[in-house]
Structures are given as structure tokens and as C-alpha cells.
Design a protein around this ligand. Structure first.
Ligand SMILES: Nc1ncnc2c1ncn2[C@@H]1O[C@H](COP(=O)(O)OP(=O)(O)OP(=O)(O)O)[C@@H](O)[C@H]1O
Length: 356
């Protein structure tokens, strides 16, 4: 298992040195604002002797979204809270770019690290706008600057500031509260975003929509994100990489979703990802040209559904099942480039599973 990704893209996302940002938010235009994270032999033993995390090494390239997943009590939240020093490690080092977090003032550190938790923890007696402006206020920004940043972020998370800015948290739905939580965490343009079960308090439909919106948001802001979840589907959907932990914070595997599902590194991982990983693999396998039947020479039947080349096999199968068709057009732009059949999707021959 390699916990230091070879295709580390940190260099291409390298953040400005912290000193450049002055109050932590005014970076030079176009300068990506994300830091890499490196955990090096990190251990946490609580005073009662519980070893929550042991010898954990993990690198998160700047601008990537890494998901921590594993059974209850395996140390996920402890890992997250050691990164922003809500918990001090007993041993090992945690680096943001090249800076050791244990040597950084915790208050300064937390202003550069956004933190989103389940149920958000918005201040109930403050408006949405004031909640989003929390860290900028601490940083001493002017009122007008806080206001415009708050409006910008509410827009970014899909909440109209003129409609929602003056509301109080209890006047929002769970999903809207969650969005405000994300906006608040992004307010001072942090270099890292830590998210502990951020979507688990909302119902499955709102959750799927939040996940989708969140992916779009990440395309735009490209933060380094470490997200804890219990939900494997969420991990597969959101993660550039997934770290699976077992009890005692032991790293079982750290890989892309496709590799994790296709090549579980241990029987623990295999069991954890479960029997329905075949379906999940469809969700992370794109439609490629080699799977397509050529376009027919006879006139094309117009009634078939369409899916885009590059979307997932899961999407294709879902389209076929909902339209009750045996084949779908696969399109590139607006042009059909081939046909994909239900049979072909179901007969894909994945490489043999290396774990007995
Ligand atoms: N303050 C504490 N004192 C002693 N043990 C603790 C403390 N906080 C957490 N633990 C223990 O450390 C281990 C890891 O806890 P942690 O909350 O990090 O796990 P988790 O994977 O996030 O769990 P869950 O998925 O249930 O939220 C658990 O055994 C937990 O009981």
C-alpha cells in the first residue's frame, strides 16, 4: 500500500506562502489557495489509554478531496481534529505544506482551516450573513468587505443572499443549513477544509443533491478537503481518494475509488466495501469507446435514450432501466458515436479479484 500518491499534484496546486495572504484571504488573483497535508507516523493515545490512531502516515495532495471511512470508533474524527489541533497528537508530525501544525498557533491555524461538522453548529441567534462572516469578523475585515464576501459565498453554495442572508438558522431546511455551514467554512478562503459527516443529518434526496452541488463547488474552489463519512456511496461519489481505516486508526488502504473497489488490498477492505461493490464499480467506470457497438448504417432509431461518452456505466444502466430500453445512444457533444447495450454493461469482465 502506498500512502504517498505517486501522481501527487501538490506542485500544480501549490498555495501561496501563508505570509502572502496577510489576513488570510487576499491572495494574488489566480493563486490557488490550497495546501497539501502530510501525516507522518501520527499516533493519538487518550489519557485513559485508548489508542485511537497509531502510526498513521498519509499524504493529501493540495486541491484533492480525500475521504476517511471505516467502522465506528476507528479514529476518523480524531484524525480530522488533530489536523486543526482540536486534539494534540501523542506522536508523529502533521504538515500543511511544509509547516508543522504542532508548531503553529492553534488560533491562527484554525482561521486557515475550514471545519464543517454534522448539524453544522451555526450560531442560532445570528443571521445567516453573520454566521458566514464569523471568521472574517475575527480577522478584522471591514463591514462592507464581510458583506460582499458573505453574499459571494451564499451565491456560491446556491443560496440567494437577498432571500436567505437575513434569516436565522431555524428558518432554514437542514440542507440549507448545511450549505451555510460550508459557506461559513470557506469565508476566509482557507487552505484546507475538514468535514466531519457534513451531509449525514439530511435526508437521502437532499443529501444526493448536496453532494452533487458540493462537487461542483469543489471544481470551482479546489480546496484540499478531508471528509469523514460512514457512507461508502458518498465516499465513492466524492473522493479523489479514499482512506479506509480499521480500529486503532490503522490505514488499510488508500486509493482511488475505482482501485479500492476493484482491488481491495485486504480481506478487511473487501468485507468493508461489501458484496454490492459490482454496482459501485459501475459508478466509477466511465463509458469508453471500446464498449460501444458501431452506429448502424440503416436509419437510426430515434426513440432510444442517450447518455454521454465519459459518463458512468451506472448512469447508462440506470437510463436503460428507467426507459426500459435494451440499448442507448452514446453521444459526444450532440453527435451519437455508438450504441451501448444492457448486455454489454452486465457482461464486463473485470480483472480477477486478488484477494481470496
Ligand atoms: N476523549 C476521549 N477519551 C478517550 N477515548 C476517546 C476520546 N475520544 C475518542 N475516544 C476513543 O477513540 C477512538 C476513536 O474515536 P473517534 O471518535 O476518532 O472515532 P470515529 O471513527 O470518528 O468514530 P465514529 O465513526 O463512531 O464517529 C474510539 O475508541 C473512542 O472511544
Amino acid at each position: 500500500m502506498n500512502a504517498t500518491p505517486e501522481d501527487d499534484s501538490a506542485a500544480s496546486h501549490r498555495s501561496a506562502p501563508y505570509g502572502d495572504s496577510g489576513d488570510g484571504a487576499t491572495r494574488a488573483a489566480g493563486t490557488p489557495s490550497a495546501a497539501s497535508i502530510r501525516l507522518d507516523g501520527v499516533r493519538k493515545q487518550y489519557p485513559d489509554g485508548t489508542v485511537a490512531v497509531n502510526k498513521l502516515s498519509l499524504s493529501v495532495p493540495a486541491g484533492e478531496l480525500v475521504v476517511l471511512i471505516g467502522p465506528s470508533g476507528c479514529g476518523k474524527s480524531t484524525v480530522l481534529r488533530m489536523i486543526n489541533r482540536l486534539i494534540e497528537p501523542s506522536a508523529g508530525r502533521i504538515l500543511l505544506d511544509d509547516e508543522d501544525v504542532t508548531e503553529t498557533d492553534p488560533v491562527q491555524l484554525r482561521r486557515r482551516i475550514g471545519y464543517v461538522i454534522q448539524n453544522v453548529g451555526l450560531f442560532p441567534h445570528q443571521t445567516v450573513q453573520a454566521n458566514v462572516g464569523t471568521v472574517p469578523r475575527l480577522l478584522g475585515w471591514s463591514r462592507s468587505r464581510i458583506r460582499s464576501r458573505s453574499d459571494e459565498l451564499l451565491d456560491l453554495v446556491g443560496l440567494d443572499p437577498s432571500r436567505f442572508g437575513r434569516r436565522y438558522p431555524h428558518e432554514l431546511s437542514g440542507g440549507q443549513r448545511q450549505r451555510v455551514g460550508v459557506a461559513r467554512a470557506l469565508a476566509a478562503d482557507p487552505v484546507v477544509l475538514l468535514m466531519d459527516e457534513p451531509f449525514s443529518a439530511v435526508d437521502p434526496i437532499a443529501r444526493a443533491r448536496l453532494q452533487e452541488e458540493f462537487l461542483r463547488l469543489q471544481e470551482e474552489v479546489r480546496k484540499t478537503i478531508v471528509l469523514v463519512t460512514h457512507d461508502l456511496d458518498e465516499a465513492v461519489r466524492l473522493g479523489d481518494r479514499i482512506a479506509i481505516l480499521s480500529q486503532g486508526g490503522r490505514l488499510e488502504q488508500y486509493d482511488s475509488p475505482a482501485t479500492l473497489l476493484g482491488e481491495p488490498a485486504s480481506s478487511f477492505v473487501r468485507e468493508f466495501v461489501g458484496a454490492d461493490r459490482g454496482i459501485r464499480r459501475l459508478a466509477v467506470t466511465p463509458i469508453t469507446r471500446d464498449l460501444l457497438n458501431p452506429l448502424p448504417t440503416t436509419p437510426l432509431p430515434g426513440s432510444l435514450p442517450r447518455v454521454a461518452l465519459g459518463s458512468s456505466l451506472y448512469d447508462a444502466l440506470a437510463t436503460l432501466l428507467t426507459t426500459n430500453a435494451d440499448e442507448t445512444w452514446v453521444t459526444e457533444g450532440s453527435e451519437p458515436v455508438g450504441l451501448l447495450s444492457r448486455h454489454r454493461i452486465l457482461s464486463i469482465d473485470y480483472p480477477a479479484d486478488p484477494v481470496g
